[in-house]
Write a protein of this length. Structure first.
Length: 307
């Protein structure tokens, strides 16, 4: 699983890392593109059949970029390079130095886990982004109308503590449930910790679920607002595993694909600090996935094929 980041897993995957010349070239290409501030950002694909190591490739890229593991991951990679390849070692050392000057945030998830929730990809990505911010990952309206305003006022943690002490719920786990069945109590607690909060407007939307339409424009506006708080050395990286399973299994695959194409095009053109790396299969898929592959290929600027 791409999001299995326990210390034991991380240590084992770095320690056991072995690389071929072909894979090394692919890693270098991706690292170079992500380290450049003026790189024309597009979708990057890590392709391969079942069992070829797509998830591992994505995870090791994460280890190289993540400041908590970058030192170990680069050292292990450099140790795999032949002593005769001094130029490659120097190139990796340069990339390591460049990467350490950047600040990376990651939104990593398995797309196939969302196959059966009947949501479009915009909602899936929106929920994952909200989870990255520390908000609930199932109710976008709740995140935008309650959690975000509390967070902006510096009262979100106090609110969660009050929910725990007064209602006995862990907000990080039970947000959707408690806000559905005890909305009045939740809003009163929010009002108590942030008296200037407009809870009446929030109640109007949350009680009737008459929320503004969740669409690509709304999601992009939230991303754009978020990036305004970040400097030029910041990078937001979406790592999406098993994307083909999601795009092929939806109840309305054609509409899903159209939405995915529009969303990814808008997202990669929004800000050069955004990177999207996804892993579909490359061989052995049903013929009706041909349109999916065409769309993915047209959106991507770099494709790694594992075998």
């Amino acid at each position: 699983m791409i999001d299995d980041l326990t210390e034991a897993t991380v240590a084992a995957e770095i320690e056991n890392f072995v690389i071929s010349d072909r894979l090394l070239s692919s890693y270098v290409s991706i690292l170079e593109s992500m380290a450049q501030s003026d790189y024309p950002n597009k979708l990057k694909l890590v392709c391969g059949d079942f069992g070829t190591g797509k998830t591992y490739f994505l995870k090791y890229l994460f280890y190289l970029l993540n400041p908590d593991t970058s030192e170990r991951a680069f050292e292990r990679m450099i140790s795999q390079v032949s002593e005769s390849s001094s130029e490659t070692k120097m190139q990796l050392a340069y990339l390591k130095k460049r990467i350490t000057k950047l600040q990376f945030d990651f939104i990593m998830f398995n797309a196939d886990l969302h196959v059966y929730n009947d949501h479009g990809f915009t909602i899936v990505l929106f929920n994952e982004f909200n989870a990255h911010l520390g908000y609930n990952a199932t109710d976008i309206a709740l995140a935008l109308l309650l959690e975000k305003p509390l967070d902006q006022k510096g009262k979100f943690e106090q609110f969660k503590e009050a929910i725990k002490s007064e209602l006995g719920f862990n907000w990080d786990v039970d947000a959707a449930t408690v806000s559905t069945f005890q909305l009045d109590e939740v809003l009163q607690i929010a009002k108590d910790v942030a008296p200037d909060l407009d809870v009446e407007s929030a109640k109007q939307y949350l009680s009737n679920r008459d929320t503004p339409q969740i669409n690509i424009s709304l999601f992009l506006a939230e991303i754009k607002e978020y990036l305004k708080t970040k400097d030029e050395n910041y990078r937001l990286v979406f790592m999406i595993d098993h994307i083909l399973s999601f795009l092929s299994s939806n109840n309305a695959p054609t509409a899903q694909l159209i939405e995915f194409r529009a969303l990814i095009m808008e997202l990669i053109n929004l800000d050069k600090r955004i990177s999207i790396i996804a892993s579909p299969l490359v061989n052995g898929e049903p013929q009706d996935n041909e349109d999916v592959h065409k769309v993915l290929s047209r959106l991507c600027d770099l494709k790694v094929v594992l075998s």
